[in-house]
Design a protein around this ligand. Structure first.
Ligand SMILES: [Zn+2]
Length: 348
């Protein structure tokens, strides 16, 4: 077990042998984790990987996931702390951030799937966290990325959050997930191929050059601070899409400095509040960390967070229809410069 830089880590096991890790502020009292009394049977996930011969994309079949918990009532939430009558995935009566191996994993054997509970408060969302709480989540991500990177069966690590039933969330408790893939996901393969072409043609890093151009032009910048900038990309695919880049090229979250972790927490909360200000209600979103692969092309990758929403108006959802689903060709009815302008105003 390693010691994360800005947090106190306490490791324990659930009754079926899965790992549970509590992350607390570094100055918090030592946690003595209570036992999981549920007596669960060891999970037997059925996961199969196949490669599409036409595209080379890996497709994962995780058929055991069909039986997973679906939108339970709040008093039976499996991500809340344990209370009398509701023994949960987190046996302690309170926590700050908790991480456990998913009981219904998309990846197991090769790869791994983890759940990250952002707060013990069921009624909150990430947007409601204090900057200190958000920073503790960053510490948690960094520690998970460092540890999972050491596993021989992991090629790419993807921390992400789905928020909102419109996105397909099956548990409303504020949480994210980490997929440690045993292969390179298709989007990362595509981005790295472009980055390699760009380097061969110009000698520069594709992501660094895109960030520099956005900061120079400024029309799509939503918010910034000393070490991070948030902007709507020039060719955004989604009705609301914002990318958050550190100004310094780093391969993954574990490489961020303390100042960069603080500044990310500040900027991310800033952007999320603008999201929720757009239509006066919580905006469904997907937050997708992009980083360099664990083992290859470390110098080509560039850590950034892509934040996107499928909501295109207060009462309208963007569905992936013929062109997007059939051809992968996105057609958008919002102009990225207008979205950036709206988001700049939404926070004021
Ligand atoms: Zn809950």
């Amino acid at each position: 077990m390693q010691t994360p830089r800005g947090a106190r880590r306490t490791d324990t096991k659930l009754s079926d042998g899965r790992d549970l890790i509590y992350y607390d502020p570094a100055d918090a009292p030592v946690r003595v984790p209570p036992a999981d009394t549920r007596g669960l049977d060891a999970p037997k996930p059925q996961v199969q990987l196949r490669t599409d011969p036409l595209t080379g994309d890996v497709i994962t079949y995780a058929t055991h996931r069909n039986t997973r918990t679906y939108l339970p009532p709040a008093d039976q939430c499996p991500l809340c702390p344990t209370k009398p009558g509701n023994p949960t995935e987190i046996p302690d009566h309170d926590y700050n951030v908790a991480v456990f191996a998913n009981r219904f994993p998309s990846f197991a054997g090769p790869g791994r799937a983890e759940v990250v509970c952002f707060t013990s408060d069921h009624s909150k969302s990430f947007t409601d966290l204090s900057q200190g709480q958000a920073r503790l989540v960053v510490e948690t991500w960094a520690d998970r990325v460092a540890e999972l990177s050491a596993r021989p069966d992991v090629e790419y690590i993807f921390p992400f959050e789905n928020r909102g039933r419109e996105i397909g969330v099956t548990l409303s408790h504020p949480h994210g997930q980490i997929y440690a893939y045993p292969f390179l996901p298709p989007r990362i393969r595509t981005l790295l191929a472009r980055a390699r072409e760009h380097r061969d043609a110009t000698g520069g890093n594709l992501f660094a050059d895109v960030l520099a151009a956005e900061r120079t032009q400024g029309t799509r910048v939503v918010a910034e601070n000393p070490t991070w900038t948030a902007f709507v990309p020039e060719a955004a695919r989604w009705p609301v899409e914002v990318h958050l880049y550190p100004h310094r090229q780093v391969a993954d979250i574990a490489e961020l400095t303390d100042a960069e972790r603080d500044d990310f927490a500040e900027l991310y909360l800033n952007v999320l509040r603008r999201f929720d200000g757009l239509y006066g209600e919580p905006l469904p979103y997907i937050a997708a960390w992009h980083a360099a692969p664990v083992r290859v092309d470390r110098e080509l990758g560039y850590l950034h967070l892509e934040l996107l929403s499928i909501r295109r108006a207060a009462d309208k959802i963007k569905y992936l229809a013929g062109s997007e689903s059939g051809m992968g060709a996105f057609i958008s009815d919002t102009r990225p410069e207008d979205v950036a302008e709206t988001l700049r105003k939404a926070g004021s």
